[in-house]
Design a protein. Sequence first.
Length: 615
Amino acid sequence: MTADTAITDEDASTETTQVARRSALRVLSGAVASTTLFGASGAAASAPEPEVRFENQKSDGTSLTVTSAATDVDAFVVIGRDNFADVVGEPSTRLNLDAGDVVENVELEPDDGPLSEGNHQLTARLLESNGGTLDTDDATVQVGDAPEVTPGFDTRLVDADPDAGFTYPYYLYAPDRVESDPDTPLLVEPNNTGTATDDFDQHLERARDRAEGGAGTLASRLGAPLLVPVFPRPRTEPVDGTHYVHQLDETTMGIDSGPLERVDLQLLRMGEHAREKLAAEDYPVDDGIMLNGFSASGNFADRFTVLHPDEVVSVTAGGLNGMAILPVAERDGRELPYHVGVADVEELTGEPFNPDELDEVNQFLYMGADDDNDTIPYDDAWTDDELRELALDIYGDDMIAERFPTCQETYREAGIDATFRVYEDTGHTPRPAMDDIVEFHQRSITGDDVSEMGETIVPTVTFEVDSAEDGTVEFDASQSDGGVSDISRFLWAFGDGATAVGETVTHEFEETGEYSITLTTILESGTEYDGTEVLSVDQEGNIAVLDHETDGAVGDGEASNSNGTDDETDDNANDVSGTDDDGDIGESVPGFGIGGTLTGIGGAVYLLKRRLTDN
């Protein structure tokens, strides 16, 4: 629908915000582009008055520019006609603001694709989180030279086709897309009904809600066709509730007959079928699939990627209980069967696990720092008690402080790239990650780097050693990092019976000899990390860090992680492996080892650094 009001050329030169055509509608930008943000403690010295400015503008219909917005409470900006948010209103496309934010020249994408040519009378609304109106502003948007658009279609149910290789239906949705944009792979989001039930209509309803809700919004922002499979999570038929199909767990992969046999292969056949349907309607789609999932569907997406890395271009998976499947057959001397590791993947699928192909997949694995939704207590997620106990032994108890860092460290040891992220002040929800999810898949489509989108969540123990003129030695651990948790205490043992507490401490060695220096960092979560290095003190007071390098390994000290337990209760507690800064695997590298460099009194500072694993 267009309005009758026209924008003159004079208006355009004096009052109109010009919106240049982006070379790719959804591929090169997220919901927010060209944003300048100032917190209340930054450029804005005090809480700003709530205000939104939305000026007359020309556009090609692919984006709308909010001139500025400010708020003193959590709020969001939507755009629509006749008091509705029908143009920009989805949670993932609207402009979300925290209290104290001030933004300028923010580009927002219409929820349902480019606006039609003509004049549109639109209203931008600044709304409180409860929906109350804080401010509004009207503008006329003149859309001209709209790009050619390939029409899509609304969500439709595609019936099961056993002859084509799948015994359950799927939903298919295709958003309108700009023809000049690059073709995208098929987006797949597994269903998650949230409960075991034999009522298939519930599974159909939840899958449709997913296709028309968040998954559909993601597909629209990416300009990608969407497939949502309708696999059931049965209670009694055709299998019992110990088969958590929506997580693609080990019992599900063990089904060897009936309609739920090899749902992973059924999903691949659905994808082939969907591409044929899209081609029949001249709707372009590239090879491969993009996967997205959260909670149970996040586990499905994560595990499917490890099973079929050759089919996956990119995957975003969150709410994983801190336990992404580990891309190794063993860890700490323990064999890791599916779905903890990949030791028996060939037995389950007939094909061996391929780490090189997995390394080619762009993976974004994320958790909320306050997520406490743990599947470990539930028998449907962990039918095999031995597998559950193995998971606890390998990953640890705490989802954020222990399990998730273990996943990142294991990936590093395996030499496989993956992007990890923990969102602060976030529970069991994907909402804070939505813009990152869009950007991650966009970068994957265009071949851009994704590594900078992650963070290091594995704790790092670092300390510096410096000799002082009075014969004392200073130990400085200020560069140590607790990963996703802050370090609450630093404990030192100097190997001569003396101890100290603090981030930076000094100590005087009264006799010559070798001393094992142990630093223990205690995180706020209660997890302890400790590392040992050997120093040598000679008669002149010189100190040296001894180098025990053997078989190409750096260092031969000890490093371990515990959760308040006696390190000596487990003979394997200190068997860890490390990687250097290039990601190359060290061979049994549990210390801070550096080269055996000598420093005299008043000499240089030497950095002793070792990234420790969470055992």
